[in-house]
Write a protein of this length. Sequence first.
Length: 150
Amino acid sequence: MKFTLAAVAALLSTAAIAAPLEERQEAAVNMMVTSTPQWTIAKFQRVCNTANTSCKYSFNINTHTAPVTPCSYTVTGNNAADASVNGKTCGVYTVSSNWSGQFGPGNGFTTLAVVNNQLKQIVYPAYKDVQLAGNKVVTPNQSYTPQNLG
């Protein structure tokens, strides 16, 4: 009898240890703005000089709920096409950008952060180096769903 009780206790303790832990369901907040149309970044262009010491970025921010906001800024320095920039003001927007080569040669890309300071919303437009090559305007225009910042 003692053996049977010990065996049953051992089996039950093993089953308890092997049982998967129940994952706790924590509340999640959807940061995407579902009631706002996507923002379109229109006529995006990066024009760099032949020495790649100066690049001018220009584009339009179209939220489809307010007048279109033109934006342009110039980045200077060695390898200006790959330079980061922070805090450029375009109307009610603050724009920052960063280049990444994390996927290896020929696969670089630039990601912007476009923040509407009044609405506290942000989009992250991104462009491959091949889209920006030759100083041409990116086509087609690209649209992004804004996210809430607070």
